[in-house]
Design a binder for this molecule. Sequence first.
Ligand code: XMP
Length: 515
Amino acid sequence: MTGQELEGGIAVLDFGGQYAHLICRRVRALGVYAALLPHDTSLEELSKARVAGVVLSGGPASVYSDGAPEAAPGLFEGSIPILGICYGYQLMVRAHGGEVRRAGRREYGRSRVKVVEGGGLLDGLVSKDLACWMSHSDSATKIPPTMQVLATTDGSPYAAVRLSGAPQYGVQFHPEVSHTEKGQDVLSNFVLGICRARKTWSMEGFLEKSVEEHSKLEGRVLCAVSGGVDSSVTAALLARAIGDRLQCVFIDTGLLRKGEGDRVRKHLGEELGVRVAFVDASDKFLGALAGEPDPERKRETVGKAFADVFEGFARDRGPFAYLAQGTLYPDVIESGRSLGPASVIKTHHNVGGLPAGLSMRVVEPLRELYKDEVRELGALLGLPKAVVEAHPFPGPGLAVRVIGEVTPEKLRICREAGAIVEEVLEEEGVHGEVWQAFAYVGDDLVTGVLGDERTTGRQVTVKVVESVDAMTADWSRLSAPVLERISSRITNEVAGVVAVAYAISSKPPATIEPQ
Ligand code: XMP
């Protein structure tokens, strides 16, 4: 079984830059397949795969430092079109006899690029003065006579260059980030204009091909569904491919968001006809967690209980030939991954600690996709907005949003208050713009007044964060009226809560989840 072929597509060589994945996504957004490959992938391999072009990503190293990642020998002597970005550009300049030095002035953040010549790469942008994103300490300080300047910035006289005699281009700025004005035009000029790459990448095409490939799977497939985007899309796709031979299981841990089970029942079970078994294991999970205040031990306890219940189900309802998982592309990229079509299936035993008797092969239908592509695929499969735009939810569930011991009362407060936060943001039209929005609760009791009486109750903390990849996050500057609505609904509707706080810490130093 094969994945998307790279023939006619773009190979992005990964020099360790934080935006390497983003380059792939931007190219795919042009309808061209792009895959991230190791930085030292050889010219021979690239030629054999018949790629239309190569993009060299940025990277944190200095081209002169020990152990700095190098391109494969001869890469710059071939005829495949190349676009070097930042570090990739510096390697290109050096390979052609130019000079790269530590810049007198580090350029980081927004800068202005002045386009002096189109040269293919910057066609349509000549004489423009564009905002661009820079992030480099080294700079090309001298370019060889074979290179021509296409653009400059105040800090870089060689902000974009072209090589004569071969389709090679370099940019010191990052066309892939959204802060670079017309960055997508630059990529489009390279990918579609210079490389003449084939527009074979579309979600409709992916879906059709994937359904056809997975329909050849023999035997039954087991898939745990949580109500989250990845597992729901995995299940919906496999159900379309193999129908009733897919068995999904939804394990109610008692630690889930409000209405999670009902949503799975409705959207996967009823609307898409996916066969889903519901296992109520909440007593087992809550029993195992009782009396345990330590965050790490709570996580371990939930993980172990999950494995127990899942294994029990697989044994009772098996045998299953395959275990389906919603692994995404960024998770499967490992150094040393060979060029060539991604294999959709790999053999794994004892995945996630499954006992040897339960060995199943792993099938990962989403392993070529990015998160936003998965959402698009989910919509094509008929999953509603409530599922495809669901916020991420941690594996240990509300156990990490209840500070201290997990008790039924604190769980109820956390679940009800969290649902209110999400509902209000949905009504205000901002749910889709934030990364996560939830409530957490601890053991502290605060004083309140109810009617004329003083009373004590819980204080709930509301947390709404913005993020791109969860590595860093910032608190969302919600308007006062929105905060006011959230606060008054929680204190009015959730019994036992008398006060609401809003978390205004970024990550770092705080993490997104409170535990
Ligand atoms: P933190 O709290 O580390 O979380 O800033 C980063 C992102 O990961 C999610 N998260 C988890 N997801 N299992 C998961 O599947 C976990 O144990 C887990 N812990 C945190 C969190 O919701 C956020 O999106």
